[in-house]
Structures are given as structure tokens and as C-alpha cells.
Design a protein around this ligand. Sequence first.
Ligand code: FAQ
Length: 317
Amino acid sequence: MEQRDDALVQSTMQSAFDRKMEQDMPIEPKDEMPEGYRKHLIRQMSQHAHSEVIGMQPEGNWITRAPSLRARQILLAKIQDECGHGLYLYSAAETLGISRAEMTEQLHTGKAKYSNIFNYPALNWADVGAIGWLVDGAAIVNQVSLQRTSYGPYSRAMVRICKEESFHQRQGYEIMSKMMCGTVAQREMAQDAMNRWWWPSLMMFGPHDSESPHTGDAFRWKIKRQSNDELRAKFIDKTVQQADVIGLTVPDKDLRWNEARGHYDHGPINWQEFYKVIGGYGPCNVQRIAHHKKVHSDGAWVRAAAEAYMTKQKLIA
Ligand code: FAQ
């Protein structure tokens, strides 16, 4: 009898979820949802949050070395935005029943990934431009699509994040354009940064659709609205034109406009490098996690103080 009741509850829950999916209505934290959907979102959203936070490191290194007060103020504001994005995303993921402490633990033990791109070093000021232009540019293409993702808190976080990302992308493009109007040495620096960041930026969209194990469920549950390859193509199409306007060359000898597809064809992506980097063996993986662990441990007193304050407030109330 009990088993039959459980089955009935399960099927009622599933049909309420399916109905919302069919009607394109957002799934909210208090709605019943299949366990697989919840886990899929926790994986993706926590990895997204970790990417925002770890992503502060390559640029953070340049705050004190920005070439002017204006450039420093803008960079500082941008990096603070990334931190804010991490916080919205951690909070949104917490509505799925995982704590911030658990997510941090998963990052520290390597169970949770973060974007491949933040395992490359920012070697000079042109890299700061390339990060804003290419990395934020790629992030925004993906995130605009995620504004229509099926989980309400995630899609709402994306709306706000996208507004800020478009400022970040312009900040990077401005740096690159200025350098391309500068001396020969500055133009070479900008081109060199483009050469190093182009391919890892294409990898940010994930493996080709045929090699992407999560895409099937992601489409079924309307978590993804466009595939990895579709978004990558969108990014390439718009970025090639932007590069052209400021005189940068895309480092891909196979890049050609394909009239029939209405997109650029591009050369092969080095997936061996991608899997090596996301597997923990990129140029900066060890440094990134070691830094995060140190800062997390240094900040323990802040978390303890906040908790003590909350307890005191509860006692007063
Ligand atoms: N890096 O089956 P799929 C930013 C993993 S925010 C590392 O295709 P899915 C802002 C994937 O997790 C950038 N790992 O997976 C900023 C899976 O492994 P798992 C972050 C990757 O989820 C700018 C395996 O490969 N944005 O930059 C990557 O359907 C400047 C198989 O892949 C987001 O996270 C990768 N690039 O599609 C901040 C957006 N790609 O989990 C500071 C949200 C794939 O089974 C400064 N996420 N993998 O161990 C997404 O849209 C999706 O998760 C994808 C991957 C598209 C990234």
C-alpha cells in the first residue's frame, strides 16, 4: 500500500514538473523536481559560480599595475562585479539544497570544476584586454542564452549578470583598440595576447555537441537553449568582425566564411589541451586552487564573526 502511495506521489510530482516544462514556465525552488534535474543544476551552477570567483585571479594580479588611474578604477569595478556574480550564483544554487560550504569543499577537492580559461596566466596588460574582450565576450554569448534557462533563480541571476558582462566586454575591447592604435610594440603585444587567448576562449563553450555528455538532459530539461557548437559559432561570427575593425588577425589559418552555413568555418580545436587543463594539469591550476584555499582559510574569522553576530541578533529578537 505504502509503495503504491509513493508511486502515486512520484507520478503526480513528475506530471506537475512536465506540465511546467511544456508550458515553458520557470521551475522555482519550492516546486517538486526530478532528482536528476536538481543534481544537473547544482553541478552546472556551482561550476559557474566557481568560475566567476576563480576568474578574479588572473585580472586581480593587474589592479596595482594598471597603466592609469582610470584603467585601475575600471578594472577594479569589473573584478568586483565578477565576485558579485559568484555570490548571486552561489545563492541561487543554495536554493537547490546544497550549502556554500559544500560547494567550496567540492572546489577544493577537485570534485567541482571551473572554467578551463582561468588556468592560463595573464602575462601583461594586453592580456587584461584579451580577457575582457574574448573571455567576457564568450561568457556573455553563453549567458544571454542562459537567461531563458528553465530554473527561475538561475535565469534571473543571468539577466543581471549579462548587463554587467556587456560592460566588461567593452572594457576589454577598448584596451585592445587603444593598443592597436599605439606603437609597433603595443600592437605586437595585443596580437600576441589574441594568439594566446583565442583558442582557450573557443574551448569555454565545452566539447563539440557530439562529445558533450550533458547536452541531452540539458535540452530535455530546457537548462540549455542552444548547444555548445551553436554558441561557439555565434561567438566566432561576431568576434572575427570586431578583430577586423581594430586590425587584429584571428590566429586560425582555416577560418573561412561559409555562405551555405551562414557561419565561419574554423580549424580544429586542441581538445587534448582542453581535457588536460580541466583535468587539473593546465599552466595555473595548482596556483589557482592554492590561492583560493589560502584566502578561504584567512577569511575564516569573517565567517565566524558573521555567525556570532547572527546568533546575537536572534537572542535580542
Ligand atoms: N571548462 O557535457 P558538457 C565567466 C566540462 S563565466 C571546464 O558539454 P555542459 C565570467 C563539463 O563541466 C565562465 N569544464 O557539459 C568571467 C563536463 O564535466 P563534468 C563560466 C568544462 O555542462 C569572465 C564535461 O566538460 N561559464 O567567464 C568546460 O552541458 C572574466 C562535459 O561537458 C559557465 O559556467 C569548460 N569551459 O556544458 C569571470 C556557464 N566545458 O561536469 C571572470 C554555465 C565543459 O561532467 C573573468 N555553464 N566542461 O565533470 C554552461 O553553460 C555549461 O556548463 C557549459 C558546458 C557550456 C560550460
